[in-house]
Design a binder for this molecule. Structure first.
Ligand code: NAP
Length: 298
């Protein structure tokens, strides 16, 4: 089988490419930079912002996996927020151009999305049937992102939307960010630390993407392990593992005010104080054997 992967150079993409090579598949990677081809991997250049692409990237491709998008960590300036939204929409728009203007045999497009579509909530548990959506910056980005993913169906391909939870891995994402912060040997948590974190390990996530492509699973699925943790549990676990000296409690009113002064209210709601209990009623049917279901497995 031949795969075309956008964002194949990122955290999830690299891990997926390794898995696909192990399973003897061929992979085309769409990247904004040049890469070095190998026996199984070919790099093609695109620029979603300018809507340019090497159309031959799609030759003989069966499945497209879309993982491209500006990383959400960093300072949420006006220009960063614009990039977070537009990189995701522009990537899908150019995939549409591919499907429309170039003869191809693509049967299935699988695209990343995010559980950031849901509002913060102490009481509610969200699964694939939940219709309630958030109204923060990130929730609105994900709503537009998913509308664009859905619109691919007009090109007679099967579409899967994978709403990804917080990805845990030594290699990047939130764990790497917390380890960087912890260089000062402090880790802090906000409020009582009971904010829910719905997560999936990188290895399970890449296996899930692969299974979706092999089992032809179409529609929406939440990529979470159905065992959300809390900010406090995560930090306590990391404290033991990496021998951080101190956990610091920051009252949420203080942190909220600091973020407000810095014009970073959105970042506070969507990332720093995120609180989402998201589960999947579908993942056990599609990919029942997750390896990482508790923090002890990390
Ligand atoms: N990691 C998580 O915890 C998590 C959780 C929920 C959802 N997701 C979503 O899953 C997808 C993959 O996540 P990831 O963690 O692998 O992300 P990542 O490590 O940041 O990689 C994303 C890739 O997208 C491309 N990219 C970056 N900025 C871009 C821009 N401005 N325009 C076009 N392409 C750009 C880059 O590829 P090139 O430099 O080669 O072009 C990069 O390798 C993302 O859409 C992310 O939002 C991730």
């Amino acid at each position: 089988m031949k795969f075309l992967i956008t964002g194949g150079t990122g955290l999830i993409g690299k891990s997926l490419v390794q898995l696909l090579i192990k399973k003897n598949h061929d992979i085309n990677i769409l990247s904004r930079s040049r890469g070095e081809d190998t026996k199984r991997i070919r790099y093609y250049q695109w620029n979603p912002k300018n809507q340019t692409i090497d159309f031959s990237c799609v030759d003989d491709v069966d499945v497209v996996i879309n993982l491209a998008g500006e990383n959400i960590f960093g300072l949420w300036t006006k220009s960063k927020k614009k990039k977070i939204l537009e990189s995701r929409l522009n990537s899908l728009r150019i995939i549409k151009k591919l499907l429309k203007n170039k003869t191809n045999k693509i049967k299935h497009v699988i695209s990343a999305s995010a559980i950031g579509i849901f509002p913060n909530s102490r009481e509610n548990i969200f699964d694939e049937n939940s219709t309630q959506k958030g109204n923060t910056f990130l929730a609105n980005v994900v709503k537009e992102w998913e509308r664009e993913i859905e619109s691919l169906r007009a090109f007679k391909v099967n579409v899967t939307t994978v709403r990804i939870g917080m990805v845990f891995s030594e290699l990047g994402g939130i764990i790497k960010v917390l380890r960087l912060i912890s260089k000062s040997r402090f880790l802090s948590f906000i409020g009582n630390g009971n904010q829910k974190i719905s997560w999936i390990h990188l290895n399970d996530l890449t296996e899930l993407f692969y299974t979706i492509s092999q089992k032809n699973y179409y529609g929406l699925i939440h990529a979470v392990n159905n065992n959300p943790t809390t900010m406090l549990n995560l930090i306590t676990n990391l404290t033991k593992k990496y021998k951080f000296k101190l956990k610091v409690f920051i009252p949420d009113v203080i942190l909220k005010s600091i973020f407000k002064v810095l014009f970073l209210n959105d970042f506070y709601e969507d990332i720093a104080n995120s609180n989402k209990n998201v589960v999947s009623e579908r993942i056990n049917k599609v990919h029942p054997n997750l390896q990482y279901t508790s923090l002890k497995d990390l």
